[in-house]
Design a protein around this ligand. Structure first.
Ligand code: MLT
Ligand code: ZN
Length: 456
């Protein structure tokens, strides 16, 4: 036992310092199985004070830290590169009573999205961000990556939900700003700086989150369209005509085939289509008639099926939400999460197959995502790991294509380790230099998530 492990045991209790390889293993590989590394040990603090003690012990020993929430990240930011102390925040799972007057709630970083949703709904409110990994994804990780999901159209990304944060800096200093004031112009917004910083500036331990009205009536339409251009025509009509629109998602026939085989789902329509769009409306009263009226007047609609009962909503959403699991069951994907202006979306989708085929002829690309934001999840399967056919080549080719279409290399998953070498495609040298100066000021020894976000 080294001094550091002893210090960590005093900080969190011996049962929560995992050194045995079998106990560490579930923390050391990411959800996609693409990123894996050996941690020096896994530490599981249960309070902010314990996080401070862990960080101070690591800082004194010069030991690097990698921070992990629900381990649902997709860019390798929450698993070790090799030799770091892995700090799991799963035990910071406390929820305070909902403040219904402010429509806010304070929760621990380790609270899952599902637990937060259940808690908010029991108080007659809801949380504005939702995503398929809700049962495992945690508030801390979602803030660190500025997660998006399926309701960004209505409520914005995770940053927009943050009314306050408590976070621990690399030297153990605790920044606490959990008051949740609606207006507060007293200088730099440190909470918003920490949100989206991927654990490189501070460890989020608690969050004060905004809540939104709980809308009891939902209607979902799964719509068959000819392709991306028609999907955008449908989106335009939906945005103009449906004040209650809460989600607009897209997927393509290759994804539908995979999802159907994985979930043993029936074909949603008699005839195949070029693309499929999921539209959801949420309101105080049943929005089905509004959706039906819009669909009946939109020329882009080839076919559509609409549901508003619980089972029907789940059934239609499953065609979209099962994509991630179905893809993962088919192999270890190279996941690229990109965003382009809507005017560039059709060209990007059209140019993608040839771009990938040039560097990985045997690869297949499964594309799906958040239509409203122009945010596509490009999942490349069988990109291969031999020298002629490498995942890095695919990443390079696709991210350059995205940049040429004025897009970003990360829309909502973050940069992590997966995309840090390509950061300069989305950020100017001046921006990267400013980010490095901020990092150096808050974490001068580079102990928090080294190698994540900023290229070495
Ligand atoms: C999604 O929108 O389903 C998530 O971002 C997960 C993924 O891209 O696989
Ligand atoms: Zn997504």
């Amino acid at each position: 036992m080294t001094d550091l492990e002893g210090e960590l045991r005093s900080a969190v209790g011996a049962a929560h310092v995992l050194v045995d390889p079998d106990l560490r293993a579930p923390y050391e590989t990411d959800w996609t199985r693409r990123f894996t590394g050996t941690a020096r040990c896994v530490v599981r603090p249960a309070s902010t004070a314990e996080v401070v003690a862990v960080v101070r012990a690591c800082a004194a020993a010069g030991a690097a830290i990698v921070v992990q929430g629900g381990n649902t990240g997709l860019v390798g930011a929450g698993v070790p590169a090799g030799g770091e102390v892995l700090v799991s925040l799963a035990r910071l799972a406390g929820v305070e009573p909902v403040d219904v007057v402010e429509a806010q709630v304070t929760v621990g970083a380790g609270v899952t999205l599902e637990k937060l949703q259940t808690h908010a709904r029991a108080a007659g409110l809801d949380f504005g961000v939702d995503l398929a990994a809700r049962s495992s994804a945690t508030v801390g990780g979602m803030i660190a990556t500025n997660a998006g999901g399926i309701r960004v159209l209505r409520h914005g990304s995770m940053r927009a939900q943050v009314a306050g944060l408590e976070a621990v800096l690399a030297d153990g200093t605790v920044l606490t700003r959990l008051g949740g004031l609606a207006k507060d112009n007293t200088g730099y917004d440190l909470n918003q700086l920490v949100a989206g910083s991927e654990g490189t500036l501070a460890i989020v331990t608690r969050a004060r989150l905004r809540l939104v009205p709980l809308l009891p009536a939902r209607a979902v339409a799964l719509v068959a369209v000819a392709g991306t251009e028609a999907a955008l025509d449908l989106l335009t009509a939906a945005r103009v005509q449906l004040a209650t629109l809460s989600a607009a998602e897209i997927f393509y026939p290759e994804g539908l085939d995979l999802v159907r085989a994985y979930g043993r789902l029936p074909a949603p329509f008699g005839e195949p289509a070029g693309a499929y769009v999921v539209l959801e409306c949420a309101a105080g009263t049943d929005p089905t008639d509004d959706i039906l009226t819009m669909l009946s007047t939109c020329p882009a609609v080839m076919d559509a099926t609409v549901a508003s009962d619980r089972a029907g909503l789940e059934r239609l959403w499953s065609y979209r939400e099962a994509h991630t699991e179905a893809i993962s069951a088919a192999g270890v994907p190279t996941k690229l999460d990109v965003c382009v202006p809507l005017g560039e979306l059709t060209a990007l989708v059209a140019e993608l197959p040839e771009t990938v085929a040039r560097v990985a002829p045997k690869a297949t690309v499964i594309t799906f995502g958040h239509l409203n934001e122009g945010n596509l999840h490009l999942n490349v399967l069988d990109a291969g790991d031999d020298s002629d056919n490498r995942a890095e080549d695919v990443t390079d080719a696709v991210l350059r294509l995205v940049a040429a279409h004025r897009g970003t290399i990360s829309s909502e998953h973050g940069v992590g380790r997966a995309k840090s070498p390509w950061l300069s495609l989305s950020r100017t040298p001046e921006e990267i230099a400013a980010m490095r100066r901020i990092k150096a000021a808050l974490d001068p020894d580079g102990l928090l998530n080294p190698g994540v976000l900023l290229p070495d």
